[in-house]
Design a protein around this ligand. Structure first.
Ligand code: BGO
Length: 276
C-alpha cells in the first residue's frame, strides 16, 4: 500500500529542517500546479512502508488569504493525505496550535511534532505529551529537528498512526451551545444543499460557510437561500457569544488552546533563557 502524508506547520517552525531529516537526500522539487510556489516531495526514510511526504507551504491558518494558504488547504481538501504531520514550534506553542485546531477539523489522522524542544527544555518547561493527546485528540512527540532528536520516534509514531483506522472523538473546542448550532447547520446543509461542497469534511464545511470564507463563497455561486440560512446562524452565534462571528470562532479556539496548554505543561525551574 502506498501512503501520501503531508507536513504542515507555521513558517519558521522548523519545517524545512524536519523535512530534510525525514527524507534524507531522496527529494523531488517542483512547483504546485498553476502557481510559482515550490513543491517538495520525498520518501520517508527508515520505514518498510511506501510513504511519500509532501511538504506544504508554511501557513498560520487555513484562511484563503495568501497563495501559500490556498495551496496548502487545496491539497489537504482535494488530495486527502493519509496523515498530517503537524510541526509545532513548542517554544511558541499557543500560537502554533491555532493552525492545529483548524487542521483537526479536516477529519484526517494527525501527529503533532513538538519541535524546538532543545530550546524549550533549557527554559525549564515540561510538556506532558500524553496529556496533550488526551486534550487535543491526536498523539504528540517531542523532537528537535536541528539536533535530530526524536526523529526515529516520530517515524515510528507515523507508522503506528497510519495503521489506526478510527479517529478519536473530536475534542470540545467550541462550547456546547455553539456546537449545537454547528450540528443543526450541518443537518440543514445535508438536507437542503447536499451538493454544496460535497466531500468536504463536515465540520470544516460548516465553519467555513459560517465564516463566509472567500473561497467557499466563490463555490456556492451566490446561492441566495443558502446565504440567508448562513445569516441566520451567524446572528445566533453573535447573540450567544456577544462578538462578531470571526472573533468569536478565533476566541473559542484560543481559549481551548490556552486551557489545554496550562493543563499539559509545567515549569520546573525559573526561566533563564528567553524564548526566541
Ligand atoms: C536558522 N531547534 C532549534 N534550536 N532550532 C531549530 C530547530 C530545533 O529543533 N529546528 C529548526 N530550527 P526552518 P521553516 C538560523 O536558519 O526549517 C531553526 O520556515 C539561522 N539561519 O535552523 O527554516 C533552523 O521551514 C541563523 O534557523 O523553518 C532555522 O518552517 C541563526 O529554526 C529556523 C539562527 O527553521 C527555522 C537560526 C541563517
Amino acid at each position: 500500500m502506498k501512503y501520501k502524508i503531508a507536513l504542515a506547520g507555521n513558517p519558521n517552525s522548523g519545517k524545512t529542517t524536519l523535512f530534510n531529516c525525514l527524507t534524507g537526500s531522496n527529494l523531488y522539487v517542483g512547483n504546485w500546479p498553476g502557481v510559482t510556489v515550490e513543491k517538495k516531495e520525498g520518501n520517508l526514510r527508515d520505514t518498510n512502508k511506501d510513504i511519500t511526504l509532501v511538504d506544504l507551504p508554511g501557513i498560520y491558518s487555513l484562511a484563503p488569504y495568501s497563495m501559500d494558504e490556498i495551496v496548502s488547504r487545496n491539497f489537504l481538501l482535494e488530495e486527502r493525505p493519509d496523515l498530517i504531520i503537524n510541526i509545532i514550534d513548542a517554544s511558541n506553542i499557543e500560537r502554533n496550535l491555532y493552525l492545529s485546531t483548524q487542521l483537526m477539523e479536516l477529519n484526517c489522522p494527525m501527529v503533532g511534532a513538538l519541535n524546538m524542544m532543545d530550546v524549550v527544555k533549557k527554559t525549564g518547561v515540561e510538556i506532558d505529551v500524553r496529556e496533550m493527546e488526551k486534550i487535543f485528540g491526536y498523539p504528540f512527540i517531542e523532537i528537535s529537528a536541528q539536533k535530530e532528536t526524536g526523529i526515529d520516534e516520530l517515524i515510528k509514531l507515523v507508522e503506528k498512526t497510519l495503521e489506526i483506522k478510527k479517529l478519536k472523538e473530536f475534542p470540545q473546542i467550541f462550547p456546547p451551545e455553539i456546537m449545537t448550532l454547528f450540528n443543526e447547520f450541518d443537518e440543514l446543509l445535508q438536507n437542503k444543499y447536499p451538493e454544496i461542497l460535497a466531500g468536504y469534511p463536515r465540520l470544516f464545511r460548516v465553519i467555513k460557510l459560517i465564516e463566509k470564507d472567500e473561497e467557499v463563497l466563490l463555490k456556492i455561486h451566490d446561492n441566495s437561500d443558502l446565504l440567508e440560512d448562513i445569516a441566520v446562524v451567524r446572528k445566533k452565534i453573535e447573540v450567544l457569544s456577544k462578538h462578531d462571528v470571526d472573533s468569536a470562532i478565533a476566541d473559542y479556539r484560543y481559549r481551548f488552546i490556552t486551557a489545554g496548554i496550562s493543563q499539559a505543561t509545567r515549569k520546573t525551574k525559573e526561566n533563564t533563557i528567553q524564548f526566541q
